[in-house]
Design a protein. Structure first.
Length: 160
């Protein structure tokens, strides 16, 4: 996906101050930091080979946010024929509520190749559901026992 994504430098307004961030395509050397962010964000963390799968996938659109030379968030997606499957998004705890996740989604959504997006989110994760709804995602269905064969996932979709 490198051919469709160019590096971006953006400024975010965080607590009344402008903060420079860099958004860039992820690569294999980023996996350790991705895992560290995931460990602080999810109950189950993938193997490095699973992150590598998405980063190296021909349809992978995997972005990272760097602030002050430190990776603070990531977005893993697959983009196939205009449909973006949001696989995982996470932000380091100390950088949450600073529009990092929103900026990652906006950056991917703004690509002209993206026509629609979908994702799964735990039906019990109200903050995440509210976040996705605020970004224009709408509930589309439910996948029973999607997470560890126990918890249901809400399928959400957004179309341009």
């Amino acid at each position: 996906m490198d051919q469709i994504f160019k590096r971006q430098i953006r400024s975010l307004d965080v607590a009344g101050q402008r903060v420079e961030i860099e958004i860039r395509q992820l690569d294999s050397p980023d996996i350790e930091k991705i895992r560290q962010i995931a460990e602080k964000s999810f109950p189950k963390v993938w193997k490095d080979s699973e992150y590598e799968y998405f980063i190296k996938h021909l349809s992978g659109l995997c972005l990272g946010v760097v602030s002050q030379k430190q990776m603070v968030g990531f977005l893993l997606t697959l983009l196939v024929q205009g449909e973006m499957d949001v696989i995982s998004i996470a932000v380091s705890p100390e950088y949450r509520r600073k529009n990092i996740a929103k900026t990652l989604l906006e950056t991917a959504w703004e690509l002209p190749q993206v026509k629609q997006a979908f994702l799964e989110v735990d039906t019990e994760n109200s903050p995440a559901i509210q976040f996705y709804e605020s970004f224009g995602f709408k509930a589309y269905g439910v996948r029973k026992k999607y997470y560890e064969g126990k918890r249901d996932a809400l399928v959400m979709k957004r179309t341009k």
